[in-house]
Ligand binder design. Sequence first.
Ligand SMILES: [Fe+2]
Ligand SMILES: [Fe+2]
Length: 222
Amino acid sequence: MDPSEELVQYIADRIFPRYEKYYSHNMVHINNVIENMMMLADYYGLDKDMAYTTASYHDIGLNIDRENHEKESAKILRDDKRLKDYFTEPQIETMAIAIEDHRGSRKERPRNIYGECISDSDRDFDILLLAKRQLATSLKSYPGLATFDEHFNRCYDYICKRINQNGVFNLWTNNPVLVERRDKFQKEYLDKNFTRSIYKKEWDRISSDGTKEKIINYYEDY
Ligand SMILES: [Fe+2]
Ligand SMILES: [Fe+2]
């Protein structure tokens, strides 16, 4: 069963436009997370409306406070009166808690299955998407780095450390589809020349089409 049409329409009209000024967390990211989340909802027999809504709201609070965006996003969901037409209070609370627990850097297991699924769905396992997000973060947070290789090496070391410590790419559900995607991604990522070539292409693109300036001056996430 698909999520209810009316709910999907409300989210498309009122929630998705709020991602317009996000760069790495734009609708490409949100649609990927929704797709993963609906796959997991099928697999684990979750409520489709709850799965869809959790995925749609999970990063919405990024422009308020990046470091606490999981709490800001959960607050926006809890405060959204329209959602009370579709969900009970306990359902809203379950979704809000799931969003609060979605960060990949979190060490403790999410408090409910929706949290485990949204956290796992949030992994892109795509080197080009990771390059896009990491280079943007690097440009904003490390303005002292000048050359491509300085930025690339910082990004690459950060991910390798996480891969080797089984940190960032830990999966709570161990869903077989995601485990396979992760293992393939990690294997390819560790080929440094291959990964560097993808980051370099992305760097050249954002350097020549004005994106770099927009990352620094326009977009609201990073
Ligand atoms: Fe997030
Ligand atoms: Fe996300």
